[in-house]
Design a binder for this molecule. Structure first.
Ligand SMILES: CC(C)(COP(=O)(O)OP(=O)(O)OC[C@H]1O[C@@H](n2cnc3c(N)ncnc32)[C@H](O)[C@@H]1OP(=O)(O)O)[C@@H](O)C(=O)NCCC(=O)NCCS
Length: 186
Protein backbone atom coordinates (compact mmCIF):
# COMPACT_ATOMS: atom_id res chain seq x y z
CA UNK A 1 0.00 0.00 0.00
CA UNK A 2 2.67 2.51 0.75
CA UNK A 3 6.10 3.68 -0.39
CA UNK A 4 7.54 3.40 3.11
CA UNK A 5 7.93 -0.36 2.80
CA UNK A 6 10.22 -0.25 -0.20
CA UNK A 7 13.64 -1.74 0.45
CA UNK A 8 15.60 1.13 -1.10
CA UNK A 9 16.17 4.21 1.07
CA UNK A 10 13.01 6.22 0.62
CA UNK A 11 15.00 9.41 0.40
CA UNK A 12 15.96 8.52 -3.15
CA UNK A 13 12.46 8.57 -4.55
CA UNK A 14 13.59 11.64 -6.48
CA UNK A 15 11.23 14.52 -7.31
CA UNK A 16 8.32 12.24 -7.96
CA UNK A 17 5.01 13.92 -7.12
CA UNK A 18 3.10 12.24 -4.32
CA UNK A 19 -0.26 13.68 -5.20
CA UNK A 20 -1.61 15.68 -8.10
CA UNK A 21 -1.03 19.40 -7.65
CA UNK A 22 -3.65 21.35 -5.74
CA UNK A 23 -4.00 25.00 -6.61
CA UNK A 24 -0.38 25.80 -7.53
CA UNK A 25 0.98 23.65 -4.68
CA UNK A 26 2.84 20.44 -5.36
CA UNK A 27 3.64 17.81 -2.76
CA UNK A 28 6.63 15.65 -3.60
CA UNK A 29 9.47 13.67 -2.09
CA UNK A 30 12.37 15.59 -0.66
CA UNK A 31 15.73 15.15 -2.35
CA UNK A 32 19.29 16.29 -1.87
CA UNK A 33 18.95 19.19 -4.29
CA UNK A 34 16.49 20.75 -1.83
CA UNK A 35 19.11 21.24 0.87
CA UNK A 36 19.76 24.93 0.13
CA UNK A 37 16.05 25.78 0.38
CA UNK A 38 15.63 23.60 3.45
CA UNK A 39 18.45 25.32 5.29
CA UNK A 40 16.83 28.69 4.58
CA UNK A 41 13.46 27.43 5.87
CA UNK A 42 15.18 26.04 8.97
CA UNK A 43 16.91 29.35 9.70
CA UNK A 44 13.64 31.22 9.38
CA UNK A 45 11.74 28.78 11.59
CA UNK A 46 14.04 27.67 14.40
CA UNK A 47 16.25 29.18 17.06
CA UNK A 48 18.66 26.27 16.59
CA UNK A 49 18.31 25.33 12.92
CA UNK A 50 19.70 22.12 11.48
CA UNK A 51 22.96 22.46 9.61
CA UNK A 52 23.85 20.94 6.25
CA UNK A 53 25.91 18.30 8.12
CA UNK A 54 22.90 17.30 10.16
CA UNK A 55 20.78 16.92 7.02
CA UNK A 56 23.57 14.93 5.39
CA UNK A 57 23.80 12.61 8.39
CA UNK A 58 20.06 12.05 8.32
CA UNK A 59 19.80 11.22 4.65
CA UNK A 60 22.54 8.63 4.99
CA UNK A 61 20.38 6.66 7.39
CA UNK A 62 18.20 4.03 5.80
CA UNK A 63 14.99 5.00 7.53
CA UNK A 64 14.96 8.69 6.70
CA UNK A 65 12.40 10.30 4.41
CA UNK A 66 10.90 13.64 3.66
CA UNK A 67 8.28 15.59 1.77
CA UNK A 68 8.42 19.03 0.22
CA UNK A 69 5.60 21.34 -0.78
CA UNK A 70 6.52 23.74 -3.53
CA UNK A 71 4.69 26.67 -5.01
CA UNK A 72 5.67 27.62 -8.53
CA UNK A 73 8.67 25.31 -8.24
CA UNK A 74 9.95 26.91 -5.01
CA UNK A 75 9.99 24.85 -1.81
CA UNK A 76 7.81 26.60 0.76
CA UNK A 77 7.58 23.86 3.37
CA UNK A 78 9.02 20.50 4.25
CA UNK A 79 8.68 17.66 6.67
CA UNK A 80 11.23 14.96 7.36
CA UNK A 81 10.77 11.81 9.31
CA UNK A 82 12.32 8.60 10.56
CA UNK A 83 10.62 5.24 10.19
CA UNK A 84 10.77 2.99 13.22
CA UNK A 85 9.53 -0.55 13.75
CA UNK A 86 6.14 0.43 15.09
CA UNK A 87 5.94 4.16 14.52
CA UNK A 88 7.06 7.08 12.41
CA UNK A 89 8.78 10.01 14.06
CA UNK A 90 8.62 13.53 12.70
CA UNK A 91 12.16 14.92 12.88
CA UNK A 92 11.49 18.38 11.55
CA UNK A 93 8.76 20.34 9.82
CA UNK A 94 8.71 23.97 8.77
CA UNK A 95 6.72 26.26 6.52
CA UNK A 96 7.96 29.59 5.15
CA UNK A 97 6.69 32.42 7.34
CA UNK A 98 4.80 34.09 4.50
CA UNK A 99 3.00 30.83 3.69
CA UNK A 100 1.77 29.88 7.14
CA UNK A 101 -1.90 29.33 8.06
CA UNK A 102 -2.70 28.25 4.51
CA UNK A 103 -2.81 24.53 5.11
CA UNK A 104 0.73 23.71 3.94
CA UNK A 105 1.80 22.13 7.25
CA UNK A 106 -1.43 20.15 7.26
CA UNK A 107 -0.80 18.92 3.72
CA UNK A 108 2.68 17.70 4.70
CA UNK A 109 1.58 16.00 7.89
CA UNK A 110 -1.48 14.40 6.34
CA UNK A 111 0.76 12.86 3.70
CA UNK A 112 2.52 11.05 6.52
CA UNK A 113 -0.66 10.18 8.39
CA UNK A 114 -1.88 8.57 5.17
CA UNK A 115 1.07 6.20 5.31
CA UNK A 116 0.33 4.79 8.73
CA UNK A 117 -1.09 1.29 8.81
CA UNK A 118 -1.74 -1.55 11.27
CA UNK A 119 1.97 -2.21 11.68
CA UNK A 120 3.09 1.39 12.06
CA UNK A 121 0.07 2.98 13.58
CA UNK A 122 1.62 5.87 15.47
CA UNK A 123 3.10 9.19 14.47
CA UNK A 124 5.36 10.78 17.08
CA UNK A 125 6.59 14.35 17.39
CA UNK A 126 8.61 15.89 20.23
CA UNK A 127 7.93 19.59 20.62
CA UNK A 128 9.51 22.32 22.71
CA UNK A 129 7.47 23.45 25.67
CA UNK A 130 7.68 27.04 24.38
CA UNK A 131 6.55 26.16 20.87
CA UNK A 132 2.85 26.72 21.39
CA UNK A 133 2.23 27.18 17.66
CA UNK A 134 3.54 23.68 16.92
CA UNK A 135 1.48 22.23 19.76
CA UNK A 136 -1.70 23.87 18.48
CA UNK A 137 -0.87 22.82 14.95
CA UNK A 138 -0.38 19.16 15.93
CA UNK A 139 -3.45 19.24 18.10
CA UNK A 140 -5.51 20.50 15.17
CA UNK A 141 -4.46 17.34 13.32
CA UNK A 142 -5.50 14.98 16.09
CA UNK A 143 -2.20 14.64 17.97
CA UNK A 144 -2.32 14.48 21.74
CA UNK A 145 0.42 15.23 24.31
CA UNK A 146 1.21 11.95 26.03
CA UNK A 147 4.40 12.65 28.02
CA UNK A 148 6.68 15.39 29.26
CA UNK A 149 10.43 15.04 28.70
CA UNK A 150 12.16 17.08 31.39
CA UNK A 151 15.25 19.02 30.24
CA UNK A 152 15.05 17.34 26.82
CA UNK A 153 16.82 20.19 25.03
CA UNK A 154 20.31 20.25 26.49
CA UNK A 155 21.33 23.71 25.24
CA UNK A 156 18.43 25.44 26.96
CA UNK A 157 17.43 22.76 29.48
CA UNK A 158 13.93 23.18 28.10
CA UNK A 159 11.24 20.55 28.60
CA UNK A 160 9.51 18.90 25.66
CA UNK A 161 6.14 17.34 25.04
CA UNK A 162 5.90 14.04 23.28
CA UNK A 163 2.84 14.27 21.06
CA UNK A 164 1.39 11.31 19.21
CA UNK A 165 -1.19 10.63 16.58
CA UNK A 166 -2.71 7.15 16.53
CA UNK A 167 -4.59 5.48 13.73
CA UNK A 168 -8.10 4.87 14.96
CA UNK A 169 -7.68 7.55 17.63
CA UNK A 170 -10.62 9.78 18.42
CA UNK A 171 -9.55 12.52 16.01
CA UNK A 172 -8.11 10.57 13.14
CA UNK A 173 -11.11 10.71 10.86
CA UNK A 174 -10.41 13.93 8.92
CA UNK A 175 -9.68 13.28 5.30
CA UNK A 176 -7.40 14.70 2.65
CA UNK A 177 -10.30 16.08 0.67
CA UNK A 178 -10.97 18.47 3.55
CA UNK A 179 -7.34 19.61 3.46
CA UNK A 180 -7.59 20.24 -0.25
CA UNK A 181 -10.77 22.23 0.14
CA UNK A 182 -9.11 24.38 2.80
CA UNK A 183 -6.19 25.14 0.52
CA UNK A 184 -8.35 25.93 -2.46
CA UNK A 185 -10.56 28.22 -0.44
CA UNK A 186 -7.70 30.56 0.63
C1 LIG B 1 3.95 24.71 12.84
C2 LIG B 1 3.90 25.03 11.34
C3 LIG B 1 4.68 23.96 10.57
C4 LIG B 1 2.44 25.03 10.88
O1 LIG B 1 2.37 25.17 9.47
P1 LIG B 1 1.15 25.90 8.75
O2 LIG B 1 1.27 25.64 7.30
O3 LIG B 1 1.09 27.32 9.17
O4 LIG B 1 -0.09 25.11 9.39
P2 LIG B 1 -1.59 25.02 8.83
O5 LIG B 1 -1.92 26.22 8.03
O6 LIG B 1 -1.74 23.69 8.16
O7 LIG B 1 -2.42 25.07 10.20
C5 LIG B 1 -3.34 24.05 10.57
C6 LIG B 1 -3.97 24.43 11.88
O8 LIG B 1 -2.97 24.45 12.93
C7 LIG B 1 -3.32 25.47 13.90
N1 LIG B 1 -2.29 26.53 13.87
C8 LIG B 1 -1.26 26.66 13.01
N2 LIG B 1 -0.52 27.76 13.31
C9 LIG B 1 -1.11 28.33 14.39
C10 LIG B 1 -0.83 29.49 15.16
N3 LIG B 1 0.23 30.31 14.88
N4 LIG B 1 -1.64 29.79 16.21
C11 LIG B 1 -2.70 28.98 16.50
N5 LIG B 1 -3.03 27.87 15.80
C12 LIG B 1 -2.23 27.53 14.76
C13 LIG B 1 -4.65 26.04 13.44
O9 LIG B 1 -5.67 25.24 14.03
C14 LIG B 1 -4.60 25.82 11.94
O10 LIG B 1 -5.86 25.79 11.33
P3 LIG B 1 -6.56 27.19 10.89
O11 LIG B 1 -5.53 27.99 10.14
O12 LIG B 1 -7.71 26.74 10.04
O13 LIG B 1 -6.97 27.86 12.17
C15 LIG B 1 4.50 26.45 11.05
O14 LIG B 1 3.89 27.38 11.92
C16 LIG B 1 5.99 26.55 11.22
O15 LIG B 1 6.75 26.30 10.28
N6 LIG B 1 6.45 26.90 12.45
C17 LIG B 1 7.89 27.03 12.73
C18 LIG B 1 8.55 25.69 12.75
C19 LIG B 1 8.00 24.77 13.82
O16 LIG B 1 7.64 25.16 14.91
N7 LIG B 1 7.97 23.48 13.50
C20 LIG B 1 7.45 22.46 14.36
C21 LIG B 1 6.37 21.74 13.64
S1 LIG B 1 5.77 20.32 14.55
Amino acid sequence: MNGLRKKRPIFFCDREAIEPSVDDLRLRWLCRRDFGALLALEREAFEFPWTRDEFERCVRTRNFGGFVVERGGEPIGYLCFEIRRRSIRILSCAVAEAERRRGVGTLLTRALIGRLDERRSELVCVVRERNLTAQLFLRSLGFRAVAVRRGYYLRTNEDAYRMTYRVGGASSTSDDARTRRRILSR
